[in-house]
Design a protein around this ligand. Structure first.
Ligand code: PMP
Length: 354
C-alpha cells in the first residue's frame, strides 16, 4: 500500500474473483459459472462489425440494446439501465439506495461482492444467517426497514425462493428498496421482473454473463420503476457515461436476436445439472437442490479443500470457499455433458484413493 492511499479505503478487503488461469495447461473450467457454450453467431458477428468503428465513443444511452432488452422483458425503455456486468448495477444500487439511515442487509452466505460494495461505499450492513438447510428465512426480512439485497436463486447455494416469498419481502418494506439479484434466474428460477409495475421499491438485476455466454463482454442490467432507474442513471453519469462499450452493445443486440439459442443452451445446462446432481449423490455427496448453472456439494469422506486441490491436479477447476459454514463444500459449475462426465470419473478416482 502506498502512503497516499486514502484512509477511507485502506482497510478494504476486495472481492476475490475465481481463478482465471492463463497458462498452457488447459483446465476443464468449472469454477466461475461461465457458460461452456460460445456466444451466439449474431453476437460475434455484430461485435466484430462494431469493432470497425471503435475510434468513436459509443452511445451513452445504449438506445438500441436498451430497447431490445426492454422489449424482451415486456417493460419500457426507461425502466432499464444497462451496465458493465451486473456487478456495476449492484454497485450503483448500493451507492444510490444505501447510506447511514438506509443500511444494507443480506444473507451471511450469498454473493461475496455485497459486503465489499457496502464497505467500499462506507455503508453499514447486517448479514442474516441462512437456516441450517441453507435456505433463506423470509420472516427475517419482513418489515426489516433496511435496503435488502437478495440473490434469487442464491449463490453459492443455488437455492431459489418462490416469487411469492420475495413479494412478501417487497410488500412489507415499502419504504426501502429491495434489490433482487437474478444473475442465475434463467436456469429455473422465477423472475420478479413483472413486479416492477406493482412495487416502486423493487430493483431486479440480471446479467448476460451466465445464460447468454457473454461473461467476457461485461453486460448486465437493472430493471425497476422509472424513478429508480433515473436515480441509477444519475450515479452512472457521475461515474462513467460510456459504461457499456460499443462492441458489447452490438454483441448484446445480436445475443437478444438469437435468444432461442441461449434458451436452448439453458435447457442443456439444466439436463447436465440433473445428471451431475444424481451422479454426485450416487458417489455419496450431499448436493444442494440447485436452480442455477452450478451445484454446491460436499462428501463425508474428503474435505472440501482437499477435493478442490486434487481435482485441480487432475485438470479440473472448481471453486472452494474458505468461509467456515461452507468450507466442506465445493461449488461446481455445470458445463457440457462430456465435462461433467470427466468431473464424475475424476472424483470417483480420487474418492477411491487412486
Ligand atoms: N450476482 C451474482 C449472484 C453472481 O454470482 C455474479 C457473478 N459473479 C454476479 C452477480 C455478477 O456477474 P456479472 O458482473 O458478470 O454480471
Amino acid at each position: 500500500m502506498s502512503r497516499f492511499f486514502s484512509a477511507r479505503h485502506n482497510k478494504l478487503v476486495p472481492y476475490t474473483p475465481g481463478e482465471q488461469p492463463r497458462q498452457m495447461k488447459s483446465y476443464i473450467k468449472l469454477n466461475t459459472n461461465e457458460s461452456p457454450f460460445p456466444p451466439s453467431a449474431k453476437a460475434q458477428a455484430y461485435a466484430a462489425e462494431a469493432a470497425k468503428n471503435m475510434q468513436l465513443y459509443c452511445d451513452p444511452t445504449a438506445k438500441k440494446l436498451t430497447q431490445a432488452v426492454a422489449d424482451r422483458l415486456g417493460v419500457d425503455f426507461d425502466e432499464v439501465l444497462l451496465t458493465n456486468g451486473s456487478d456495476e448495477i449492484l454497485n450503483f444500487a448500493f451507492l444510490a439506495f444505501c447510506d447511514e439511515t438506509h443500511p444494507a442487509v443480506f444473507a451471511n452466505i450469498t454473493y461475496g461482492f455485497y459486503p465489499v460494495f457496502a464497505a467500499l461505499n462506507s455503508i453499514p450492513y447486517e448479514e442474516i444467517p441462512l437456516k441450517s438447510d441453507f435456505t433463506i428465512d423470509v420472516n427475517d426480512y419482513i418489515g426489516i426497514g433496511k435496503t435488502i439485497v437478495i440473490a434469487n436463486p442464491n449463490a453459492p447455494t443455488g437455492i431459489a425462493l418462490p416469487k411469492a416469498e420475495i413479494e412478501k419481502i417487497i410488500e412489507s418494506n415499502p419504504d426501502n428498496v429491495v434489490i433482487v439479484d437474478e444473475a442465475y434466474v434463467d436456469f429455473g428460477g422465477e423472475s420478479c421482473v413483472d413486479l416492477i409495475h406493482k412495487y416502486d421499491n423493487l430493483l431486479v438485476t440480471q446479467t448476460f454473463s451466465k445464460s447468454r455466454s457473454m461473461a467476457g463482454a461485461r453486460l448486465g442490467f437493472g430493471v425497476g420503476c422509472k424513478a429508480l432507474i433515473a436515480d441509477l442513471n444519475t450515479i452512472k453519469y457521475s461515474t462513467n457515461p460510456y459504461n457499456v462499450n460499443a462492441m458489447t452493445q452490438a454483441a448484446g443486440l445480436g445475443c437478444i436476436e438469437d435468444d432461442e439459442y441461449n434458451m436452448q443452451n439453458c435447457k442443456t445446462i439444466i439436463e447436465n445439472r440433473d445428471y451431475t446432481t444424481k451422479a454426485l449423490r450416487e458417489l455419496g455427496f450431499t448436493v444442494l437442490g440447485s436452480k442455477t448453472n452450478f451445484v454446491l456439494a460436499k462428501h463425508p469422506g474428503i474435505d472440501g479443500k482437499t477435493l478442490y486441490l486434487k481435482l485441480k491436479d487432475a485438470g479440473i477447476l472448481v471453486r472452494h470457499f474458505d468461509k467456515k459454514e461452507i468450507s466442506d463444500f465445493n461449488r461446481i459449475t455445470i458445463g457440457t455433458k462430456a465435462q461433467m462426465e470427466s468431473l464424475i470419473s475424476e472424483t470417483k478416482r480420487i474418492l477411491e484413493g487412486n
